[in-house]
Write a new protein. Structure first.
Length: 204
């Protein structure tokens, strides 16, 4: 792709570095901004810079937040005794979009995957265990993608939580094995949360 402007080329390269954005799409986005008034591009750039500089990680659940605690953790109308454990922030957004869940969350930051060099120490597991008794949590829902790595993670977490007395459950298998939670449709995901079942362990 040849460019008559170095500035355009640099902007296209910046957009193309984003996941899911090819160079043709990046060029369309750049040309769209070129056609806008300068202040539109300035507002766009300012919003990105402001977000990156000021975004925080919730001290309680590891969600993205504007403050020390995210809006979900700060909402006293949510069930404080119920925690849904997910892999990443996108899974929180997917579950929230169903409108079927009114508890809290805990974001692991991934799943245990020896092949990729990800072990328990690389995930937000200790902070989950430490939340149980001080916060009076009664149930932990494992809303983790049904993959081999996901099942391994659930098994590990269930063992870590065994002595806390908390009830451990998993989402119902409306989600096919090997699928990613964030790509499930809202109806299936919502039903899977509502129809959760007690976790029995990998050997049962």
């Amino acid at each position: 792709m040849n460019f008559s402007s170095k500035l355009i080329e640099e902007a296209v390269n910046a957009f193309a570095a984003l996941p899911g954005i090819g160079r043709k799409t990046a060029l369309r986005l750049v040309l769209h901004l070129v056609k806008q008034q300068p202040e539109v591009a300035e507002q766009f750039a300012e919003a990105i810079v402001k977000m990156r500089r000021n975004i925080k990680e919730c001290e309680r659940c590891h969600n993205i937040s504007d403050e020390k605690r995210c809006a979900i953790c700060a909402d006293r109308h949510r069930d404080q005794s119920l925690v849904c454990v997910v892999e990443n922030i996108r899974d929180v957004m997917a579950i929230e979009s169903t409108g079927q869940y009114r508890g809290l969350y805990h974001i692991l930051g991934g799943v245990i995957s020896p092949i990729e060099g990800v072990g328990p120490a690389d995930l937000n597991i200790d902070s989950l265990v430490q939340r149980i008794q001080p916060e009076g949590i009664k149930e932990v829902i494992m809303a983790i993608s049904p993959t081999i790595e996901g099942e391994t993670t659930i098994f590990y977490l269930s063992k870590k939580l065994r002595d806390t007395g908390v009830q451990v459950s998993t989402i119902a298998r409306g989600i096919s094995f090997g699928g990613d939670l964030e790509y499930a449709d809202e109806l299936t995901l919502g039903r899977s949360i509502v129809a959760r079942v007690p976790y029995k362990g990998m050997s049962d």
